[in-house]
Design a protein around this ligand. Structure first.
Ligand SMILES: Nc1ncnc2c1ncn2[C@@H]1O[C@H](COP(=O)(O)OP(=O)(O)OP(=O)(O)O)[C@@H](O)[C@H]1O
Ligand SMILES: [Mg+2]
Length: 523
């Protein structure tokens, strides 16, 4: 066979061009769970290849089978046509496979540059050359449009920035295969575009890129081909351009998706809502959030929109008392006292689901049931264990409501897929039946079917009287769910209005500061 140059176009399925990676009939079981059942995937140089499938379909497991995190029970891996097995992630990296795993696994207390260069630091006379390291890191970060100090400590940055640092680390390596497992889950449109620009550039140089995302728009924009998985089986290999969305969804879930109608909820009027359940006055923190007022009423969903770094998460954390406020106070009902701590907030029936599920949420070594009941048990006090019957009832109820898979309360949390872990965390807070629920990115990494289910659940709880603050990088979702909209920019609230048919475009205009002053004035 003649050697093909890297600039040639992507080989459609069925040609005799040699894949850079070919996985044949890969099977992996974990105890009773068959995570992968004879799955085959081919990756060609110079293509973006999407791995598609519902939460728990086996996407991350397939990636880990390739990179040597998991060993396979059966099947073969060919690299450039030769059988090959990686026995560790380091070995796969050394062979030119650069991976960003679904859970950002960097070292929180090292600097940004140290994280990017870990294991391959530039040295000078044997010592790490910090200046060279920072300079090189800065260059790569700027390519992704990220203007941050490489010498700053990683954990001081929001999750989205940490995600970009992990990506920067991976694209900085000279690789022939780049694997990105849900790299865009907390990014805004602008960051996604910058990432795509870098991906296109690498693809044109002949890198084979694996891309996982639950955002179909992104897949259609960037991917050339895709492999669809369902329940650990390979369903089909497809050209993206030849597959309609409807067809793709059907291939992923194995049936038609129930109608994803808009949530038909009439905007609530002030009269219906009575006295606020929560009032924040002048709530602020130095370098984090300018003094912000916010009222929250019973039975409403307040959506918080704003771009990365606008102060969305910061507002949520201050409302809950997770961070200390320098100014202002938060009163629950008429109680005029500042919330001093999360404990204090929980006692007042406020729940907060943090965006940072790895460090603040998931307890990997506990079972799914224990993870789900953690917040409720904590609020009762550990000396008063929940009766077994109550535990069982609550766990069953929420496993079904959020379609958690596998539906096994005794499974260890760390063995669940990313999306299913996210569902468990959400259940943890719903179970406490709070009066006020603050959700920061609750549907991150959740597949298209389950996302609709979760939105419906949040709407249902609001209908029953819960007040919800809903934060998401996905504007469509915020608009779909909210009765009222708060728009943030540059760490302050710049707009607040009822959500009567506000469009994504409207919000972007508000953020861009181009909203024309309309004839009507605000009431
Ligand atoms: N170490 C493990 N032990 C036991 N079961 C596991 C383990 N890792 C994965 N699984 C199971 O394998 C199946 C596939 O999980 P995987 O993480 O590959 O899904 P995924 O397609 O990446 O989903 P998501 O979109 O939610 O990230 C799931 O049922 C999961 O619970
Ligand atoms: Mg996954």
């Amino acid at each position: 066979m003649t050697q093909l140059t890297r600039s040639e176009s992507v080989a459609p399925p069925g040609t005799d061009r040699q894949p850079v990676i070919e996985m044949r009939d890969i099977s992996i079981t974990f105890g009773a769970v068959t995570a992968l059942d004879q799955v085959s995937v081919r990756l060609f140089p110079g293509e973006v290849h999407a791995l598609m499938g519902e939460n728990g379909a086996g996407k991350s497991t397939l990636i880990k089978a390739l990179t040597g995190v998991y060993s396979v029970d059966a099947g073969t891996v060919l690299v450039d046509g030769e059988q090959h097995e990686f026995h560790s992630p380091a070995a796969s990296q050394a062979a030119g496979i650069s991976t960003v795993y679904q859970e950002v696994n960097l070292v929180p207390n090292l600097t940004v540059a140290e994280n990017m260069m870990l294991g391959r630091e530039p040295r000078r006379f044997g010592a790490i050359n910090v200046r060279a390291m920072n300079r090189s890191a800065r260059r790569t970060l700027l390519e992704l449009g990220l203007d941050i100090d490489p010498g700053s400590v990683l954990e001081e940055h929001p999750i989205a920035v940490q995600q970009l640092v992990a990506i920067a680390r991976a694209v900085d390596v000279q690789a022939k295969v780049l694997i990105l497992d849900e790299p865009t889950s907390s990014l805004d449109a602008d960051e996604v575009e910058k990432l795509f620009t870098v991906m296109r550039h690498l693809r044109d140089e002949g890198v084979a890129i694996v891309f996982v995302s639950h955002f179909l728009d992104q897949v259609y924009e960037i991917a050339d081909r895709m492999t669809i998985l369902r329940n650990g089986r390979m369903v089909e290999e497809r050209m993206v351009a030849e597959t309609s969305r409807l067809e793709l969804v059907r291939l992923m879930i194995g049936r038609e998706l129930e109608t994803l109608d808009r949530l038909d909820r009439a905007p609530r009027t002030e009269a219906e809502t009575g006295a606020p359940v929560l009032t924040a006055v002048g709530l602020g923190r130095k370098n984090t959030l300018q003094a912000t007022d916010l009222e929250l009423f019973e039975g409403e969903v307040v959506g918080v929109a704003g771009l990365l770094g606008s102060g969305r998460t910061e507002l949520a954390r201050l409302l809950f008392g997770a961070d200390h406020a320098d100014t202002g106070e938060v009163a629950v009902r008429s109680e005029k006292r500042r919330l001093r701590s999360p404990r204090h907030a929980i006692d007042r029936k406020i729940a907060f689901s943090s965006e940072n599920r790895k460090s603040e949420g998931v307890v990997g070594d506990l079972t799914v049931a224990d993870n789900m009941l953690l917040a409720l048990q904590a609020s009762r006090g550990w000396l008063r264990p929940l009766p077994q019957a109550t535990r069982t009832r609550l766990v069953q109820e929420y496993m079904a409501a959020l379609d958690i898979r596998p539906a096994d309360p005794t499974a260890l949390m760390r063995n669940l897929s990313g999306g299913n872990q996210q569902k468990v965390l959400l259940a943890r807070w719903l179970i406490t039946q709070p009066e006020i629920l603050i959700l920061d990115e609750p549907t991150r990494g959740i597949d298209i079917g389950a996302k609709a289910q979760i939105q419906a659940k949040v709407a249902e709880l609001a209908e029953k009287g819960m007040a919800v603050v809903f934060i998401s990088a996905e504007l469509e979702e915020v608009l779909r769910l909210s009765d009222r909209l708060v728009v943030m920019r540059d760490r302050r609230k710049i707009d607040e209005r009822p959500n009567d048919d506000v469009s994504v475009r409207d919000v972007l205009e508000i953020i861009a500061g181009e909203a024309r002053a309309e004839g009507e004035t605000d009431a």
